[in-house]
Design a protein around this ligand. Sequence first.
Ligand code: F6P
Length: 350
Amino acid sequence: MLQYRIEVFGIEDGFQGLVENRVRPLTFRDVSGILTRGGTILGSNNRCNPSRYCTAMDADGTPVFTDVTPACLQTVRDNRLDALIVIGGDGTMACAAPLVEAGVNVIGIPKTIDNDLFGTEIAFGFLTAVATATEALDRLHSTADSHHRVMVCEVMGRNAGWIALTAGVASGSDMILIPEIPFDSDAIGSYITKRMESGPGFAIVVIAEGARQRGGSQVISRIDPTSPDPIRLGGIGQQVADMIARQTKAEVRTTVLGHILRGGMPIAADRILATHFGYHAVSILMGGASGRLVVRDNNMFSDVDLLISAGRQRLVPLNHALITAARAIGTSFGDGVAHERGESGPSTVV
Ligand code: F6P
């Protein structure tokens, strides 16, 4: 910020660069024009946790972990850094926690498309992912309608259904399946059958990668034992599509948006949010704050103890206003709860 004389350094590839002392000065020229760019000019890494750092593999391929926090502290000392600003989600804040405990001044800024960081109602990146998913769902709408098909679209979000819920509502999807509301295959089958046989004859289903059947478990696409969060989700969309095809006479197709949601130009709302967060982070830092996470709560910017959000996920509450509103207009959450378009019974809302 112009009123402060702060020397700014960028750390390459997140905590990996802190471990390896890859630190470089950042000038106005370096950051000029990056507001419109997705990703990061510094590089990123979601596999490096300094307190559980993979240094080798043993003979049977099991990773050997070491605590390399001392190397991070050395990097901070070598570069005479007064504070670290870490930008990320719950994993990033969990990695930063031992540094806070070791006396480093860390200020956190929420950034995750999953929007699941505990302590803030929003993180930047989320709204761009929602906009991208909404556009994709709109496009699927055309072909679903013209070909009389059920289109199942799987979106990211890890254990939280924020992207599926928000893009699902924005696109007017007929069914939204999220991890917080385990689905019931019979409820899905009867809803789709009604829509196909006595409704408009097509359906859009948006499903979060972390969604699961009632009594079932999440679908894992791969396990990376060297990563702090080794489980990668993916594949539930195809399973639900197969289930719908078995249970109904409908023709079903699946689209997995995956990493498309993490790329591209940020939308205006995300640029504004990032600017608010950045401003607030530097303001509290210069005001003497330490170990804080900047947050937005009830549309107001403030900050909370970084340690309370480290490693904690914020899931969609079952009484969230958007779920209530979606149910009221007939959107199905695949759980057989009434107010679903096409369901018979006294509690159906028209
Ligand atoms: O946390 C962001 C996220 O994109 C999740 O939505 C997704 O589950 C995960 O990262 C994918 O991770 P990777 O890029 O390592 O496959």
